[in-house]
Design a protein around this ligand. Structure first.
Ligand code: SAH
Length: 247
């Protein structure tokens, strides 16, 4: 039976795509995705019908993929990182649910930006954490702000996806101000740009100063909790082994 696969392709390094993802791509009749991510998987897929398009056309892409599946094709939509984390799996499933299409969907997990960036920074996520997307394209700004405050108050290590866009530059400043109401200005902040891709940049700054570092649409920001500290090139959120055992 034909099916619709939504495949997470990880941060952007071919070696960080799972073997399962490659297998699913190899078994697809059609592969669709944002052109930049299609380029990444090109070595894995010879003789496939590829449909690349701009990142903004995700709704159109999902609708088209469903049409192909209804006509008997097996289609893979690729999505960077994990397709279920601010990725294409969301729109695909919402469309299928809205129309009650009789379609089999398979979601293949991938390494999300938070994992990739975390590994480059050390162990920022060694205790409770949350992720917030600052994109206000589909979420009201007031809801984003409410979540930032809750994360700050709850002392969660906080990953900020989509920290800035060419038009949206103020929200990250507000996020910093809210965090500063609850956390010390020396709290470590990791800024990772292009994790595991060309142009990778890894910085550890502080809540006070991190706005000085260049951020864009391929950057993720990780704000430590009240316990997080810096040790050389590592950002460490302790799990407090030292309280229970002698280290
Ligand atoms: N589905 C993706 C997230 C898409 S939202 C995932 O699971 O990773 C897009 C945001 O993800 C970007 O604005 C950025 O904040 C983050 N991101 C994705 N890939 C990244 C990478 N290689 N390096 C740093 N941040 C990345």
């Amino acid at each position: 039976m034909s099916k619709l696969c939504v495949v997470g392709t990880g941060p952007g390094n071919y070696d960080l795509i799972t073997p399962e993802a490659i297998k699913v791509l190899e078994n697809s009749d059609i592969i669709m995705g944002y052109e930049k991510y299609i380029k990444l998987i090109r070595p894995a897929i010879k003789n496939k019908s590829l449909e690349a398009g701009p990142v903004t056309e995700e709704l159109e892409r999902a609708k088209k993929a469903i049409e192909y599946v209804l006509s008997g094709k097996t289609v893979s939509i690729i999505s960077s990182g994990d397709s279920g984390i601010y990725g294409m799996a969301g729109i695909v499933i919402e469309l299928v649910a809205a129309h009650n299409y009789d379609i089999d969907i398979e979601i293949i997990p991938g390494i999300t930006a938070l994992n990739s960036a975390g590994s480059l920074l050390g162990v920022p996520f060694m205790n409770d954490f949350c992720s917030i997307s600052l994109s206000d394209r589909l979420t009201e700004e007031r809801d984003i702000i409410k979540r930032i405050r809750a994360a700050a108050e709850g002392d969660f290590v906080t990953a900020l996806y989509n920290p800035v866009s060419s038009k949206r530059t103020e929200l990250i400043k507000k996020a910093r101000e809210i965090m500063l109401e609850y956390r010390n200005m020396n709290t470590p902040v990791g800024i990772v740009r292009n994790a595991y891709r060309d142009g990778q940049e890894v910085h550890i700054s502080t809540l006070d100063k991190f706005l000085d570092i260049k951020m864009d649409m391929v950057t993720i920001v990780i704000i430590g909790n009240s316990m997080t500290y810096r040790y050389g090139k590592y950002m460490i959120t302790p799990r407090n082994y030292g309280n229970k055992y002698e280290l």
